[in-house]
Design a protein around this ligand. Structure first.
Ligand code: NI
Length: 137
């Protein structure tokens, strides 16, 4: 049977700061640059969730995209949208909120709710120049 890959895109707006409490202000600025700004900064993040599988012979769907959208909102974006990723008790609490770590956390939250082996990748777009993709490896 043919395998297809289908992607659902969702948005969330959030503030964050990249810094380590165990580093000096100077070192944080040196490593993280403007992302270490003490007074936060925000992004209009875009989340792409790609699921792979064989289209169902009756529906032609790999997965119902309305269902996938609701699942993404419940497990991921409701916890991130309009939050401060460092301060609010979202699923990034206590984790350095780089886009790499957001993608890994999003995978960990979503993967158990999908058919085994069907989650292909999670992509987080931070700016038009920067995005990251996680394949669960
Ligand atoms: Ni940033």
């Amino acid at each position: 049977m043919p395998i297809c890959y289908i992607t659902r895109k969702e948005h969330f707006n959030a503030a964050h700061r990249l810094s380590r409490a165990d580093w000096s202000d100077e070192k944080n600025e040196e490593v993280f640059g403007r992302c270490a700004n003490k007074n936060w900064h925000g992004h209009n993040f875009i989340l792409h969730v790609t699921v792979k599988g064989e289209p169902n012979p009756e529906t032609g769907f790999i997965i119902d995209l309305k269902y996938l959208s609701k699942l993404i909102k419940k497990e991921i974006t409701d916890h991130l949208d309009h939050k401060n990723l460092n301060l609010d008790d979202t699923f990034m609490f206590g984790i350095l909120p780089s886009i790499e770590n957001i993608a890994i956390q999003a995978w960990n939250k979503l993967e158990p709710h999908l058919p085994k082996g069907s989650l292909h990748c999670i992509k987080i777009v931070e700016t038009e120049n920067n995005d990251v993709t996680y394949y669960g490896e």
